[in-house]
Ligand binder design. Structure first.
Ligand code: NAD
Length: 484
């Protein structure tokens, strides 16, 4: 067993040193459940810190890339064991800093370790293909080379899983890393960095910078030593990152928002569909890119589904995220909280009816009650734009043709789900739904660590993440012609 690891310092990690920002500026992060409670003071970094982190990554690059993959991956195995040993501590910090209910935080912390374990296996997997040259029959083979220094820009809503699923493949395939943690949830990501550092990762191979996106993001994206940028976050910021990166000829990968539909067919198992609807729309307070934003229910079961879902909402546990029974906790910060309430108001103004929730649910916390709308038009705000909170709408449909068309009528294409017992219905959904992650008889959220993850249409750009798909982004494939 590894020794107990000290809590991470609330600092940047640059060239193996935990350091304050170059300007010594800090910011305070508060607990969204009790905003008077401070979680910590974190560095408010600037371009100077980014330059130091990129320099450290550049310095470490050749030696790291030169190690056998299995040796690189041994650091991931060691770090995974360390993360597993402190899942509870990581989960508690995650809950305190961004309000995810602890039952989900625990699963996410454990998942970060599983991601490290999956990628530690990459050291033993094939990295190329062998061909015969067409004229001579001599050998051609492909090889994978690391890209170089990669920038990983992460959001607050999966503060363990997303930094893990970017960092682990980046390191396994021989890149060095500058990880930009989200301002609203830096503590969780620092646990991962600490675990890698204690596993003995060479200095400079992984660097972490904390701070505002506007101050840290731009210098990171535009630094000429950064060869590739993997970004997860909002559409607006992601598109800006892509523009910069493409102008500078850099590799870029985006995972953005979603507007994910759940279809409940006439022959669905309604109990299962209601559970999936509740979990998909409201767990993590709807702050998942794969959360269910639209629920299309066949007219023959609409009233039944609606009343069962309202009963489920009534029975749901909302409140203190550190209580293991809580299913719906607070929104991450005041600004997002106000945005969610404004989205609800707009839904009402445009003629939607609130069947449940629709308001603040605690005088102190940024808590919004699970909110269910009905009567929202297909072209209305709530049907088209992502409100990043526990807000979802019910729609009635008649035919499969109609519902597939309506489900696809958004600019996003991240995840989608159908509940049906009919094979032919499921088959049409799988063939025609425009989304990167499809679920038959399970909720729109949720993804396995060894399976490719990513959206289509406006939800993503570039190769998928996770599983073996990650090799596409984090390596360059070259062909070697060998003649004698
Ligand atoms: P955000 O876009 O505000 O921030 C994401 C990251 O980008 C943060 O680290 C932020 O500091 C940084 N950033 C901000 N400005 C930047 C700039 N100019 N240059 C470079 N980086 C900059 O998103 P958020 O509010 O943290 O996360 C919520 C969003 O993320 C939602 O839209 C959600 O759907 C999306 N999301 C998508 C996925 C997915 O896999 N598709 C997963 C989780 C979250």
């Amino acid at each position: 067993m590894p020794e107990t690891i000290a809590a991470p310092a609330p600092a940047n990690l640059i060239a193996g040193e935990w350091s304050p920002s170059a300007t010594n500026r800090t910011y305070e992060r508060v607990n969204p459940w009790r905003p008077t409670e401070t979680v910590g003071q974190f560095p408010s970094s600037s371009a100077e810190d980014v330059a130091a982190a990129v320099h450290a990554a550049e310095q470490a690059r050749r030696e790291w890339a030169g190690l056998p993959a299995a040796k690189r991956c041994a650091f991931l195995t060691d770090a995974a064991t360390r993360i597993e040993a402190r899942v509870e501590e990581i989960a508690q910090d995650m809950t305190r800093e961004m309000g995810k209910p602890v039952r989900e935080s625990r699963m996410e912390a454990a998942r970060a370790a599983a991601i490290f374990r999956f990628f530690s296996g990459e050291g033993w997997r094939p990295v190329g293909e062998v061909f015969e040259q067409s004229l001579t029959g001599a050998t051609v083979h492909t090889r994978r080379r690391p890209v170089g220094v990669v920038a990983l820009i992460t959001p607050w809503n999966f503060p363990a899983a997303i930094p893990a699923w970017k960092t682990a493949p980046a390191l396994a395939y021989g890149n060095t890393v500058v990880l930009k943690l989200a301002q609203d949830a830096p503590l969780t990501g620092l646990h991962l960095a600490r675990a890698l550092q204690e596993a003995g990762l060479p200095d400079g191979v992984m660097n972490v910078v904390i701070g505002r996106g506007s101050e840290v993001g731009d210098p990171l994206v535009t630094d000429e030593q950064v060869r590739a940028i993997s970004f997860t976050g909002s559409v607006q910021v992601g598109q800006g990152v892509r523009e910069h990166a493409m102008r500078l000829g850099k590799r870029v990968q985006l995972e953005l928002g979603g507007h994910n539909p759940l279809i409940v067919a006439a022959d669905a198992n309604l109990d299962a569909a209601v559970q999936a609807a509740y979990a998909g729309a409201f767990w993590s307070a709807g702050q998942k890119c794969t959360a269910t934003r639209r629920m299309f229910v066949h007219e023959s079961v609409y009233d039944d589904f609606r009343s069962r879902l309202l009963t489920r909402i009534e029975a749901g546990h909302i409140g203190d995220p550190s209580d293991p029974h809580t299913e719906v906790g607070p929104i991450v910060n005041q600004r997002q909280f106000e945005d969610v309430l404004a989205g609800i108001e707009r839904g009402r103004r445009e003629g939607g009816t609130v069947l449940a929730g629709g308001e603040r649910a605690d005088p102190e916390a940024y808590l919004v009650a699970p909110t269910l709308f009905e009567g929202v038009g297909d072209g209305d705000f709530l049907s088209c734009e992502e409100v990043f909170g526990p807000v979802t709408s019910l729609y009635r449909y008649r035919t499969l043709d109609e519902v597939i068309e309506r489900a696809n009528a958004v600019r996003f294409g991240l995840s989608a789900s159908i509940f049906t017992r009919g094979l032919a219905t499921a088959e049409r959904f799988v063939n025609e739904l425009e989304a990167g992650i499809l679920h038959v008889n399970s909720q729109t959220a949720g993804a396995d660590v060894h399976v490719p993850f990513g959206g289509t249409k406006g939800s993503g750009y570039g190769p998928h993440e996770q599983g073996r798909a990650a090799i596409e982004f984090y390596t360059e494939e070259i062909a070697v012609y060998r003649d004698v």
